[in-house]
Design a binder for this molecule. Sequence first.
Ligand code: GTP
Length: 372
Amino acid sequence: MKAALLVGGYGTRLRPLTLTTPKPMLPLINTPFLETKLLHLREHGIREAILSTGYLPTVFDEYFGDGSRLGMKLTHITESKPLGTCGAVKNVEKLLGAEPVIVCNGDILTDLDVRALVDYHRAKGALVTISLAPVEDPTQYGLVPLDEDGRIKEFLEKPSWDQVETNLINAGTYVLDPLVLKKVPRNENYSFERELFPELLEKGKPLYGFPSDCYWLDLGTPEKYLKAHEDILEGRIEVSIKGKEIEPRVFIGKKVRIEKGAKLLSPVVVGDEVTIGADACLGPCVCVGNKVNIGAGSRVEDSVIMNGVTIEAECEIKGSVIGNNSYVGRRTRVSDCSVLGDNVRIGDGNELSRGIRIWPSTVIDSERIKFG
Ligand code: GTP
């Protein structure tokens, strides 16, 4: 069976991180997210995948090539303009063959039992099967109520509480009979969720839902990007973590120098060639990339620090993301879901908070920003 992965979006809600790296290629516990996703599919017997790219396509090609390193066959197809979720799959129709295919949004972290989804699709004789996940507040989402046999009754967009008859929403993985693409317009922006699926339902076609209580999270925003890290670090979803586990859920890479008095509070992951200065404290819920320097006495918690970052002495980084090769001057505080893009330079004594986002290569002098 083949998979088509939708990885061509701009990832605007995750800017500035996605200005330099497409969302599916952002590191998740020091591995590009899409690698984790492909390995999950491979575990479920899928060896062949088509990457439907658009935005920054060379990043995918340079990292994965033909997929042989992962033991998979990957084909990259790049759109010249965004075709939307369904238009993107229509665009690769010729490569799909006649058998049902798996279609995945490229930004969803899940441990879905893909084999069970496919078996269910076949057993039901469905044209489309949508994986469904329960949510706490159904009024915020598009709901997918089912009949007793699992057939989709309707698509209910952000219902009021008196309309709520299910808490199941579309979880972004589908099994699709390629026949459904026949009437989709070629080279036009077209959506599964807003166009094709409601149209098929209207025509009475067999669309089924596959509810499961698997782990599920889309990495669409900085909050969710941090949450995905937290969930992996806390072990809520099993993802393989590089490095040596020196204490329960404390992983460190090669050539890590931990100076006197420095502490690592579980769960924490530290990459290769990292120096943690005297009396610095990392954790809980921290992921540090490769070639990072953490200055003496600095504290980092609930945060992601990407490759090549320097954090000088006596800083405090809390609930935030620091992009590749950025520099944070002494006594600077970064908190409250702030996001620094790549190659940012923040001088000494700044205080960044309230979800501030700093664009790549920005330079901020010392003592410039303080939130009252
Ligand atoms: P935002 O701009 O923040 O909404 O992100 P996005 O558009 O990148 O992602 P969204 O959550 O809207 O889309 C879900 C998945 O579909 C992501 O993995 C996107 O990369 C992918 N995707 C969205 N639009 C397109 C498209 O037009 N073409 C292709 N090939 N993929 C798309």
